[in-house]
Design a protein. Sequence first.
Length: 307
Amino acid sequence: MSTSNSPAQAAVKVVESPLRDLYLDWSRIMETSALDMRLFRSIFDEWHQPTIEPEDVTYKEDRVGGVPGIWAFPAGADRSKVLLYTHGGGFAVGSASSHRKLAAHVAKAAGVTTFVLDYRRAPEHPHPAQIEDGVAAFLGLIEQGIRPEDITTIGDSAGGNLAIAIPLALREKGFPMPGHVIAFSPWLDMENAGETLVTNDATDALITVPLLEGMIAGVLGGSTSPTAPLANPLYADFDGFPPLYITAGSVESLVDNATRLHAIAREAGVDVTLNVAEGQQHVYPFLAGRDDDVDAELATIGRWLRG
């Protein structure tokens, strides 16, 4: 287990980066333009832009367990081991296309393959549709001969929530859980009660309380409690949960979701690792291939996955 930095240190510095620039541009657009859902999703499909295309990776569109997505196959990767990647975007935006490069970088660092889900999105498909798709894809991988312990659920932001909720749902249904779980800047708190929503508001270039409120309304649909454990894993029982790796940026408004999750999982006896990267924004691994510190963090995650 390792930790670095804390929310109290969050305002020490803010790393200037193409990811921060992209977030500032999106924030300007959202403040000054009336966006329907199609345009909202269109701008968030730019999320891949700060990520350098990884070398020696091939991609394939496919369906696993009936769920569409994109495979990434790094050259020489062990195809018996799979990262099941759930993209971020408030359960409403983002896609396999916006996240394929990031997922491929992680897979390449670990020497495995990855399948990035295009799960059903809110508000057209509220909770638990996204979890149902993740469970279906997980079971689909098993049907293809992948052992449960060789599957890692991984995701960022809302997808980090899903990476945690999918194993919980599998356990609830009596199915085996994945061998590992990875969460980048997980968004878990459906109550919007985190203190860093306030303390880091000035340093986070993207996340705002009104933005989160809209996304919560879309995914919970007025029928799911914001404290339901599969919607808000901060209320979940983590007894017997797989080894968990969490990373977040120190200046993002959701950093205390990561630190709270770390404390809850550790209390439950989970083998949990937390890294809080100084000065970095929400889902800072999007700087893969461009930032040496990010590449070093992905290499660390690769070693962690390999044991």
